[in-house]
Write a protein that binds this ligand. Structure first.
Ligand SMILES: Cc1ncc(COP(=O)(O)O)c(C=O)c1O
Length: 365
């Protein structure tokens, strides 16, 4: 009865799409595909604060936030996130993936429509599949089509536009000022996924709104604690009434164990560092520039096209001590396999130079 599994796995192997886990020895390999953009996952202050919480509260929260899993450390983190994103309130979820699933499914029903960019993250697409709302897709950053869709969507009770602010696999930035303008014109709600922008974009690292000078204009700001914040977890920041609503309606906030206090403490320490030490972010941007690729952000897609060739280059780099993962379908469209290179504040100039000299001949082969 389970032969279909063998067939599926065989098909994946034949197409070069079979996925396996790698354990990377971080003492020997230089990683150029992590989302720990500011290097805060290993920052001594982050580790110290997380260790303190671990000792005080234990390894796990023990229950949902609404049962006995809530601690002062969860509350402190939410207050900090709200202040950082300049919003009235915030709510944390165990992962960013769950923040998207819980929020989008709590906000929409069969009377509504969700309008998303074609390159939005899988967690947004999965959230759309989870709701009964009509889900409509516009080509990547195509504002004319977004407007067309909005025009014909007045029949829906709510229109929710959702976009990644930095696109996770392409590294470009969504045209948020135009999206805000269209949303106002057509009375739509806006939501951004700041997974890769939080801590990275804007003078103070507050994200894409700060980058564009439109702070406070997006209705729902979702983000993760798992990337530049160096920990684990997801969050939503917005008005107090939005957060009260999510606490009551988001099923994967209600029916899951709270984020561990140590993860919350790590995120609090990271936010403090982001606010107090802008030099780390400046170092990140210096590194982005010194890599020499044309890129708006620390995510640099190196387009290869062919899946097997992409994976072979990734293997060759690994053999030389550098890890850049190959990204294949279904994460990216067919024939758009790529190396997803990310740069962090912790990379040295020497490491960057060495990587570039190794990469060039491999790409050109
Ligand atoms: C744009 C985007 N949104 C959401 C997520 C999910 O975040 P997390 O890894 O915290 O679940 C990711 C990360 O993979 C992402 O890239």
């Amino acid at each position: 009865m389970l032969e279909f599994i063998d067939q599926e796995l065989e098909a994946l192997k034949k197409a070069g799409l079979y996925r396996e886990l790698k354990v990377i020895d971080r003492s020997k390999i230089i990683i150029f595909c992590s989302n720990d953009y500011l290097g805060l996952a290993n920052h001594p202050k982050v580790i110290k604060k997380a260790t303190g919480a671990l000792k005080k509260f234990g390894a796990g929260a023990g229950a949902s936030r609404l049962i006995s899993g809530n601690t002062i450390i969860h509350e402190e983190l939410e207050k900090k996130l709200a202040r950082f994103k300049k919003r009235e309130a915030a709510i944390v979820f165990p992962t960013g993936y769950m923040a998207n699933l819980g929020t989008i499914s709590a906000l929409t029903n069969e009377k509504d429509t969700i309008i998303i960019d074609r390159l939005n993250h899988a967690s947004i697409i999965d959230a759309c599949r989870l709701t009964k709302a009509k889900f409509q897709v516009y080509p990547h950053k195509d504002m004319a089509t977004l407007e067309k869709i909005l025009k014909r969507s007045e029949i829906y009770k709510k229109r929710l536009i959702i976009t990644d602010s930095i696109f996770s696999m392409d590294g470009d930035i969504a045209p948020l000022p135009q999206i805000v303008k269209l949303a106002k014109r057509y009375n739509a709600i806006t939501m951004i996924d700041e997974a890769h922008a939080t801590g990275v974009l804007g003078q103070n690292g507050r994200g894409a709104e700060e980058h564009f000078g439109i702070e406070g204009q997006i209705d729902i700001v979702m983000g993760t604690l798992s990337k530049a914040i160096g920990s684990l977890g997801g969050f939503v920041a917005g008005s107090q009434r939005l957060i009260d609503y999510l606490r009551n309606k988001a099923r994967n906030f209600i029916y899951t164990t709270a984020l561990s206090p140590a993860s919350c403490a790590a995120a609090i320490a990271a936010l403090e560092i982001i606010e107090a030490e802008p030099k780390i972010r400046q170092r990140l941007w210096t590194n982005v520039k010194s890599l020499g690729f044309k890129s708006e952000t620390p995510i640099i897609p190196i387009m290869i096209g062919d899946t097997k060739k992409t994976m072979a280059i990734s293997q060759k780099l690994l053999a030389r001590g550098f890890f850049i993962s190959g990204i294949r379908p279904p994460t990216v469209p067919r024939d758009q396999s790529r190396l997803r290179l990310t740069i962090t504040a912790n990379h040295s100039q020497e490491e960057i130079k060495c990587l570039v000299s190794l990469l060039q001949p491999l790409i050109q082969q």
